[in-house]
Design a protein around this ligand. Structure first.
Ligand code: E4P
Length: 217
């Protein structure tokens, strides 16, 4: 399963890329709005750092506007994946952009039928939002199981990109269900590094080693 970070923050991306664990980045208008500087330049820099797929979302809501923005975003760097929302206009834009050879991530997916329709129009990725489904008292991860089953049945090449991840349990479940990608906020990746038994274990190894060395002199 590929790991993307869900952020527009260059420092977070640089830090994770340096660890060698990062396969790509997803952004959205809310995330990019938090960052200073020109968003196109920021996206270019992100592409140069990660050297993998970087999702950049259109803000137009009509097909013509989405196509205009999508084509502009795609010009920034070959790693750009144009993100469009799952609406009728978004589906039409996805079909055209995909036919032109642009990779498209269809976002704001909340049902398996939405994911299936996006796959039919050539989306490279679908982004089901598990955390936001959990927020309304449904089990978001059930949607991932449904989409993975459907895509497997018909051998769609569209990748299931688990989005709106809120904790490491979402990551483990996504991997067990066979999702292709998980996009995770930097804070949740940080949480995944922490385990009290790792810290205690390392401390003990080092103390035992030091004690043994001191006894030898
Ligand atoms: C996906 O690409 C979105 O950027 C993201 O995962 C949304 O997550 P949120 O529900 O935490 O805002």
């Amino acid at each position: 399963m590929k790991l993307f970070v869900d952020t527009g923050n260059l420092k977070e991306i640089e830090g994770l890329a340096a660890l060698g664990i990062l396969d790509g980045v997803t952004t959205n208008p809310s995330l990019l709005a938090k960052e200073s500087g020109d968003y196109k330049q920021n996206l270019k820099q992100i592409c140069q750092i990660v050297q993998g797929p970087v999702s950049a979302e259109v803000v137009a809501t009509d097909t013509a506007g989405m196509l205009r923005e999508g084509r502009e975003l795609a010009k920034i760097d070959p790693h750009i994946v144009v993100k469009v929302p799952f609406t009728k206009d978004g589906v039409k834009a996805c079909k055209t952009l995909a036919a032109e050879g642009t990779k498209v991530n269809v976002t704001l997916i909340f049902s398996a039928t939405q994911a299936w329709l996006a796959a039919k129009v050539g989306a490279s990725y679908v982004s089901p939002f598990v955390g936001r489904l959990d927020d309304i008292a449904t089990t978001g991860m059930n949607l991932i199981r449904e989409i993975v089953d459907i895509f497997d049945n018909f051998e769609y090449s569209t990748e299931v990109l688990v989005a709106s991840v809120r904790n490491p349990i979402h990551i483990v479940e996504a991997a067990r269900m066979g999702a292709d990608v998980v996009t995770v906020p930097a804070a949740v990746i940080e949480q995944s590094f922490k385990h009290p038994l790792t810290d205690i274990g390392l401390e003990k190894f080092l103390k035992d080693w030091e004690k043994a060395q001191a006894a030898k002199v």
